[in-house]
Write a protein that binds this ligand. Sequence first.
Ligand code: DAH
Length: 348
Amino acid sequence: MKEEIAKIREELQKDLQEVQNVHEANDLRVKYLGKKGLITDLTKDMGSKSIEEKKELGKASNDLKNEVTEAINQVLKDLEEKELEERLKKDKIDPTLPATNIPVGGIHPLTKITEEVEELFVSMGYDVVSGPEVEDDLHNFQLLNVPKNHPARDAQDTFYITEELLLRSQTSPVQARTMLKMEDKSPIRIICPGKVYRRDDDDATHSHQFNQIEGLVVGENISLADLKGTLEVFAKKMFGEDRNVRFRPSFFPFTEPSYEVDVSCFKCGGKGCNICKGTGWIEILGSGMVHPNVLRDCGYDPNKYTGFAFGLGIERVAMLRYGITDIRDFYTNDLRFLKNYNRMEGDK
Ligand code: DAH
């Protein structure tokens, strides 16, 4: 028996030296310690042995079992460590390498301005509404005090789809739509951002499609002072706290009186520079008190209600704010251009 044990030990030493990987080490466990393994084999014919022999054989085989278990475990441990080491070596990461640049989308400058204006007016209790881009002549013109053949139509060279259908040339028709929709003729405070279309030849300052934001407030006792106060808040928010506004008499068919609104130049502070063309003032929007005809045609009694309205070009505000000189840059979507407006704080 001693011989057999010695043989097993010898064989084990050989096996242990040859073992290459964890898988093979596990095979050894089966070979020596398994149900049909070499050590189990030793005690196969225990029944025929004397008590003394049984004791001796039992102890010897148990010792051998422990020894083999330990040896195999050790080899397994070494192999696992080695494999881990190799894997780490292979997968080694270099934390000093520059990170992969994952480009993320950003917010378009026109969207940025729109969201800023929306946020401001919502904070003053306005609703943000929208209207159709394919409009009819009735809402785009007639309800806004521009009957058919009125010369004021010439100022907005319109894309007609049929005699009655057109691409809206302004966001003002949403004024009419909102007033008509108010069945109880309750007060209104809305802004409406959206695309408008005109048959302009595209150049650095004209685009056949651009964006406007319309504003409308209707109620009892709404006055020009409310309009001026509102637009002052707007000008300061968009162009800086030190800005002033001035109202220049103008004409729009749907407002009476009508005004062009200028903001004091944010670059020179009013002294005169290239941005304000030496005047100290920059024109930013059109506005006025809602014409009584418009109120009446849209179901609001002009003897009871008054209102103010304004309309501004989003591109114009964005161009002023960011010093952009070509309106077409907004639409060609050149990433080099767009990226300038998507920088996060701290970016280079
Ligand atoms: N709709 C005018 C335009 O496109 C802008 C405008 C002027 C809108 C005066 C208004 C307003 O609401 O009161 O030129």
